[in-house]
Each structure stands twice: as C-alpha cells, then as structure tokens.
Design a protein around this ligand. Structure first.
Ligand code: FAD
Length: 412
C-alpha cells in the first residue's frame, strides 16, 4: 500500500535534481516530488563544488550547453523568478594556461566564437597588462621540489571573458525556492531504499522509514550514489561511473594580490584557482583527475591530505609570485562521479520504462545543471520555456557511443 503518489519522483536534492524539478514544474508537468536522504539540499557534490562556469570544451555541443548554463546563472534573478536570489554570478573571466600551441589556442577561440562566446588569445605581455598578479610562465614545475625552477614567459593563453563562478549552495537554495513556488514537494531525510517495478516498468519507490511512494516515473539524480539507485532499479548502464574524492583549498587573499583575479586553469602547477566569495579568499583545486575512487560515498575522508596541500600551494605561489607565505589555508574534500569512459554525463531514459538517469557529471555538473533540467523537461513535456537549450538530450543519451575528448580530465 503506497503512502503517497507523485507523477514524477526525483531522487536527490543536489543542483541536478533541483534543476530538473524546477524546469519540469515551470512547464506544468504535474505533481513532482523530490526525495532527499540528507537534512538539507546541496549536501552531496553540490555543496563542495567550486561552481566555476566556463565554456571551453572539446565539442560544440558541450560548449553550447555550458554557454546556455552560464546564461542562466548570469541572469539568475530572471531565470529563477526570484527578486533577490542568494547566488550572485561573479564574472571574472578565465585564463587557460594549459600549454596550447598558437594553432590550438586560435582553433579553440574560433570554435567558441562560432558559438557566440567572447574568446580571444592573449600573449604574455597582454596577460600581465590585464592581470598583473599572474606570472606568465609556461614552464612546468617539478612539484617534488627536487629541481630548481626557472620561470619562462610563455603563451599563448586562451581567455574567456564571460567565465566566472557563483555560490553553489546559494544557487541550490534558490532553485529549491523557485521549485517550491511552482508546486514541487521536497521531502528531506527520506532515503530511497528500493525501487518498485512491475511488468517491466517503474511503479514507485520505498523509503527507509517504511513508507512508499507510487509513481510511474522516477529520475535518478543521486550524484555519487547513482550506482546504488541503478542497482535498486535492476538496471546496468554501459558506463563506469566512479565516485571520486576531490579536494579543494581556501586561502586568505592578502592585499598584495589586489588587482583583478580571473579563474585560472594552470597545468604547469597542476592547479586551477579562482577568487572565493566576493574575492576575499582564493580557492585552489586540481586541474587533472588525480582523485581517489571511493567505494562507499557515505564514508570518505573529508579533510585535505598534507601532500595535496603542499603541492597545490607550491603551484599557487608559482602563478602568483607576489603572494606572501603568511596566511591561513583551509580545505575540504567532496565527491563527484566520474564517467571513466568519456567524462561526460549520461542523461534520459534507460532500458527500464519510467526510469531516467542524470548521472556521471564528472567536474561539469554544476555549470550544466540548468540545461540538464531544460533537456529533461523538454523531452518529457514537449514544451519550451525561456533560457532553454537547443542541444538535444540524445547527445548525452545512455546508449550513445563515448564522446571523443581532447583530454579525459575535468577539462574535457
Ligand atoms: C570539489 C568539487 C569541485 C567541483 N567543481 C565544479 C566546477 O567548478 N564546475 C562544475 O560545473 N562542476 C563542478 N563540480 C561538479 C559538480 O559540483 C557536480 O557535478 C554536481 O554538483 C552534481 O550534482 P548532483 O545533483 O548530480 O549530485 P549531488 O549534489 O551529490 O546530489 C545528489 C543528492 O542525492 C541524494 N541521495 C543519494 N542517494 C539517495 C537516496 N537513496 N535517497 C535519497 N536521496 C539520495 C544525496 O544525499 C545528494 O544530496 C565539482 C564537484 C566537486 C566535489
């Protein structure tokens, strides 16, 4: 006997589940219920996210999805319909210091400009004119510290003018407020423990407390727990989706680093960095997938490893030579789910009727979230809404071939 009914059940109140709920509800998709095992939204990957919004990708479809996502985040009040949203987009621009040859940098800039994105190539002198705090060195650091490093100005550097970052938890709370306004129901502290099926299709879910919800449609938006949900549904997706432990550092930003600071992707020191909050801090993370696969997403080390902290701070000092060594460094580890085959998400229907997935976002889920919701909602309702993307949901479908990428890292 079911305790409740919904036309659509979404499992997970991270940025993906909340976006799908809002996008469905603003199209009048019926009674939508989000089930979340934690006591609040954004308790999984989303709360730990660096929330960098950039548009450089290997393929035009991903560039367009990232562009359309950035458009939503940078017009957040209009997108959510909230007059004073918590998340405020910080448009800093982004510099790519990733060893591009002049030809590769020019080709990337053109690929992006073809999609209406403001991208240009800077030489070392122009980089330093715009961002005096940044060294223009392109020579790789020996992170073991064994060899003496000599900086050598390099380039070219691809620059995305509209890139930046936002507040991940604030954005999730905004989407929740917008979704509730549209009639979505959120049930917190409700862990889905099994998925009911009959005659080859979904009929509902059971919850840890013994309750159950009837529903003909269930969407797995469970982030790093996605494999558990897929097993409950009795399906096997043809992809390896691995929860990975990902560390980030926060460092006080001293007055010595007082000019404009963009988001920086820097392979010489293996880091990315960006201002944090309204710019009072610097956030530092790893640019390559040097992360640890986690067997149980409920059990992982949330602190930062000393060696990670040491090497990333070395990389930071290399890129910001005026940075003094005094200053507090804190850090945290979160999880994201890497699709080991092509680091792209899988999205949409599965072999089980009524069971959809939105899984395997690797390091891209935050920026894509508004458009993942758009794609699912367009496919389920056939209706368009403002800020929709034209990238078809099929591009990321579960039974697609792996997408060819230039780098099987979060950069992709
Ligand atoms: C350190 C870090 C930095 C990142 N940086 C960026 C970035 O700069 N840009 C970017 O675009 N992306 C970034 N990402 C990736 C991005 O944050 C994620 O892809 C995105 O947040 C995934 O959202 P989600 O909703 O799928 O997952 P989650 O936020 O993990 O949400 C899933 C939810 O499902 C719930 N759940 C799971 N199982 C159950 C169950 N059985 N019953 C009920 N509820 C359940 C969980 O409690 C959780 O709240 C980063 C991620 C991390 C960790």
């Amino acid at each position: 006997m079911a305790d409740s009914k919904a036309e659509i059940v979404i499992v997970g109140a991270g940025i993906i589940g909340l976006s799908i709920a809002y996008q469905l509800a603003r199209r009048g998709a019926g009674r939508i219920m989000i089930l979340e095992k934690a006591a609040a939204v954004a308790e999984g990957s989303t709360g730990a996210s660096s929330a960098v919004l950039r548009q450089r990708y290997s393929n035009p479809e991903m560039i367009r999805l990232a562009r359309d996502g950035l458009r939503a985040y940078s017009n957040w009040s209009e997108f959510t319909g909230l007059s004073e949203p918590r998340a405020v987009y910080q448009r800093t621009g982004m510099i790519w210091m990733v060893g591009d040859t002049p030809e590769a940098a020019a080709a990337h800039a053109e690929l992006m400009r073809n999609e209406g994105i403001d991208a240009e190539v800077l030489d070392a002198a122009e980089l330093q004119r715009r961002f005096p705090a940044l060294a223009a060195c392109s020579s790789a650091l020996d992170l073991s510290g064994a060899t003496e490093h000599e900086c050598a100005d390099g380039g070219p550097f691809l620059f995305e003018r509209d890139a930046g970052y936002t507040d991940p938890v604030g954005a999730a709370q905004d989407l929740l407020e917008a979704a509730l306004r549209e009639g979505v129901e959120l049930r917190l502290r409700q862990r889905v423990t099994s998925i009911r099926r009959s005659g080859g299709r979904i009929t509902g879910v059971d919850l840890a407390g013994g309750c159950s919800i009837d529903s003909p449609l269930v969407i797995n938006a469970a982030g790093p727990w996605c494999n558990q949900l897929n097993s409950m549904a009795g399906i096997k997706v043809p992809w390896t989706l691995s929860p990975m432990r990902v560390q980030v550092l926060h460092r006080d930003r001293p007055t010595e680093i007082d000019g404009p600071l963009p988001v920086v992707a820097d392979t010489t020191g293996g880091i990315y960095l960006r201002p944090e909050g309204r710019g009072q801090q610097i956030l530092i993370g790893a640019i390559e997938e040097e992360h640890e696969v986690i067997a149980d997403p409920d059990d992982f080390q949330r602190g930062v490893d000393p060696e990670y902290r040491e090497t990333k701070i070395l990389g930071l000092h290399h890129r910001l030579p005026a940075l003094p060594h005094r200053g507090r460094v804190t850090g945290l580890a979160g999880l994201y789910t890497v699709n080991e085959e092509d680091v792209h998400p899988i999205l949409g229907p599965t072999e089980l009727d009524g069971f959809l997935v939105a899984n395997g976002f690797s390091g891209h889920g935050f920026k894509l979230a508004p458009m993942i919701g758009s794609q699912i909602a367009q496919s389920l309702t056939g209706k368009r809404a403002s800020f929709d993307t034209d990238v078809p949901i099929d591009y990321l479908r579960v039974d697609r071939e792996p997408i060819t990428v230039q780098s099987k890292t979060a950069v992709a």
